[in-house]
Design a protein around this ligand. Structure first.
Ligand code: SP5
Ligand code: ZN
Length: 357
């Protein structure tokens, strides 16, 4: 049990408030954007109310060259230019709060080159319609990734054993060249890449309800970074195209990817079995560090998903993870019941701290 001095940094930025799309398209139906700013404010309040936490609002330390180790320069530039373009469009149209929504999806390089020259580029790197780009989206996305980066740096340089990054927008659906699912840059992957470079082999555990397709893709061929994900069966849940059991890693990295899909309606009992398998596989890998992609959309109360985990289960998940007894960088991902983001983040972190040797 860690002592109760305020030793665990919670990395936060107000820049996430700059990114607030109003709607999303759910199978063509327009509904309110589910990935709301209050999610992070709820988590911030609850985490800082714990006796062992303190807040850090870091300066921007993440370098472009660190981002482009994980993402293509073309996609980074696309994000930057689309935000600038949204700004321009607001001026021209005299409109406020304009978001560019993906609606044309190029299927090859020729189509991409053509589309990049058009005013309707928003879908250029998108695999769905859930990641619209507004005038400040680029700033918010960079600031979000910076939190994960700074959390990882605090583990690397400050001999700190646990850090929590309140990332928003989330990241785990974003791949090298692809964005979607509320995600633009892969915060967890950026943290993991820094940890990998300095501390050697490590693991990423993704407990968001949705498969972390972006993270899986980024580390697919890397035998030194184990990716383990527990999520809803992609046979009938988003993102549908990845997260299946037979995805084990690229030729040089066979076994460094483990997907544990679970059926809709999954309860604590079923989840626990998958979690034990996940923890065992991480232990066997002998990692020097862990990045935890912490999504809270597996909770019974989440309005967008179909698992039934109890609030108490998050404490238990934390305890299992803490027993790994390696440095842990926690990166906030999904979770769409606003208050549950706070309740569950606090339970998860408390569980980790309680069991940490
Ligand atoms: C980071 C993250 O959790 N991204 C998830 C993005 C996918 N969300 C879209 C799911 C659409 C399903 N909507 C069902 C509504 C049921 N009332
Ligand atoms: Zn999710």
């Amino acid at each position: 049990m860690a002592n109760l001095s305020r030793s665990i940094p919670i990395f936060y930025t107000a820049d996430h408030l700059l990114h607030q799309p109003r709607s999303e398209y759910d199978r063509g139906m327009q509904i309110p954007y589910q990935e709301v700013a209050r999610r992070i404010e709820s988590a911030r309040d609850a985490l800082l109310a714990l006796p062992f936490t303190f807040e850090i609002q870091p300066e921007l330390l993440l370098l472009e060259k660190q981002i482009t180790r994980v993402h293509s320069r073309a996609m980074l530039e696309h994000l930057r230019q689309s935000s600038a373009f949204a700004n321009q469009q607001e001026q021209i149209l005299g409109q406020d709060d304009l978001y560019l929504y993906p609606w044309i999806f190029p299927q090859n390089q020729r189509m991409r080159v053509g589309l990049l020259k058009s005013p309707d580029v928003a879908g250029c790197f998108a695999f769905d319609t859930y990641a619209p780009i507004g005038k400040n989206t680029f700033q918010a996305v960079i600031a979000s990734a910076n939190l994960a980066h700074c959390a990882a740096q605090s583990i690397i340089h400050q001999d700190n054993r646990i850090a929590y990054a309140l990332c928003r927008p989330p990241g785990h659906h974003a791949a090298r060249d692809m964005l979607g699912g509320y995600c633009y840059l892969n915060n967890a992957a950026i943290a993991a890449d820094q940890l990998h470079q300095t501390l050697g082999r490590g693991a990423i555990l993704d407990i968001d309800y949705h498969h972390g397709n972006g993270t899986q893709e980024i580390f697919w061929d890397d035998p030194e970074v184990l990716f383990v994900s527990i999520h809803a069966d992609p046979g009938d849940e988003y993102p549908f195209f990845s997260g299946f059991e037979d995805e084990k890693g690229g030729a040089a990295a066979k076994g460094a990817n483990l997907n544990l899909p679970l059926p809709k309606g999954c309860d604590d009992f079923t989840y626990r079995i998958a979690l034990e398998q996940a923890i065992q596989s991480i232990q066997d890998f002998q990692p020097n560090w862990l990045v935890l992609s912490a999504g809270y959309d597996t909770c019974w109360a989440d309005p967008t998903t179909f698992f039934n985990l109890s609030d108490a289960m998050y404490g238990e998940i934390g305890e299992c993870i803490g027993q790994l007894n390696i440095p842990i960088t926690i990166v906030h991902e999904g979770g769409y019941e606003v208050e549950q983001n706070g309740v569950l983040a606090a339970r998860l972190l408390s569980g980790i701290v309680d069991s940490f040797a």
